[in-house]
Ligand binder design. Structure first.
Ligand code: ZN
Length: 340
């Protein structure tokens, strides 16, 4: 039996830097399950595979993390499978659908660029996913970080998303993420071409560092069907930039739980790039060691950075409510059962 334990440092960070700015209900717009059997080579293909707290993520385990990290808050969200090179998408998609449907959670369907369109449409009809989720590790024929948006998700799949009014969860490639000129040109054009497709730019357009976010907000169109989520970003400068310069009614709170942010550590800037940093990587035998007693979850680092930006910019309670649940519930309203 696994149990999630919070330290004094976790409680202190949550109670002083996060909780005062949270509403009593949250829609987590970016989460993942991870079914071990669907990732036969996970020990080779993914970060965190050796940590039993981060793998074997069925819906109850995701909910256990919500409960532990956001105690007393009514949380629901949008759930995806976990994109790795070895994932058996047909199996993981079906399991995600079966576990999310009874809870009325919107969920995503992992799609590879070469997936057959007829089969994809049949799956959309049968399982009713709210989201298509491409990922760059499935792009063939070029280094994955050079992928364009339509390398990740070809226009035939976008046309299906448009036909069924689905969202597309985009973790864009390129060293500058959504700050990249070609990505910006593509997303502005595609949002116009496929107006019923809802483009969700994960991780603030995968701008984990401030200069990329500044490039993004200069050129990214404000459009009814372009959204961004806050998941896994741990840099307050990124949040200050998007909250100040982008449309707050299109920003969705998301965590990226479980595997990508439930470790003790952070996502840190290193010059023009960013990297996962766990407490073990920076542990020292003495002094200010980043021991488990002093570090906290990457999920809390991200929430603390977001809440810092919200209070620094004096974002109103109404706008905070929009970011933490109303925007996500508006995007996915036809999949959700109403709450009070
Ligand atoms: Zn994710």
């Amino acid at each position: 039996m696994r149990s999630i334990t919070l330290t004094d440092v976790d409680h202190q960070i949550y109670n002083t830097e996060i909780k005062p700015w949270l509403p009593r209900r949250i829609f987590d717009a970016h989460t993942h399950m991870l079914i071990n059997d669907c990732h036969p080579e996970m020990q080779k293909t993914m970060f965190g595979a050796d940590d039993p707290m981060l793998i074997d993520v069925d819906l109850p385990w995701l909910q256990a993390w919500w409960k532990a990290l956001l105690p007393g808050i009514d949380v629901r969200g949008m759930v995806m499978g976990y994109p790795t090179t070895d994932v058996i998408t047909a199996d993981e998609n079906r399991i995600v659908a079966e576990q999310c449907q009874p809870e009325s959670y919107p969920f995503a369907w992992l799609v590879k660029p070469k997936d057959d369109l007829k089969q994809l449409e049949a799956d959309i009809e049968q399982y009713r996913p709210a989201v298509l989720k491409p990922y760059m590790c499935w792009v063939e024929g070029k280094p994955m970080n050079d992928s364009t948006v339509t390398d990740l998700i070809p226009e035939g799949q976008l046309a299906l998303a448009d036909k069924y009014g689905l969202a597309v969860m985009l973790h864009v490639a390129k060293p500058q993420g959504m700050g990249d000129a070609e990505n910006l040109r593509d997303i502005n054009r595609l949002a116009d071409t496929y107006p019923n497709c809802q483009f969700v730019l994960a991780h603030c357009g995968r701008c984990f560092i401030t200069p990329n976010a500044e490039l993004m907000v200069k050129t990214l169109n404000r459009a009814d069907n372009i959204w961004m989520d806050t998941s896994a970003v741990c840099d307050a400068g990124v949040f200050l930039t998007v909250l100040k310069h982008y449309d707050r009614s299109k920003i969705l709170f998301g965590t990226d739980l479980v595997t990508a942010v439930a470790f003790r550590g952070n996502y840190v800037r290193m010059g023009s790039s960013w990297h996962v940093c766990t407490d073990a990587m920076v542990a020292r035998p003495s002094g200010q060691a980043a021991t488990p007693q002093r570090s906290t979850f990457a999920a809390y680092e991200g929430m603390a950075a977001l809440c810092f930006a919200l209070r620094f910019l004096e974002v109103s309670e109404a706008e905070r409510n929009a970011i933490f649940y109303e925007n996500g519930e508006r995007l996915y309203k036809r999949y959700l059962t109403p709450t009070d």
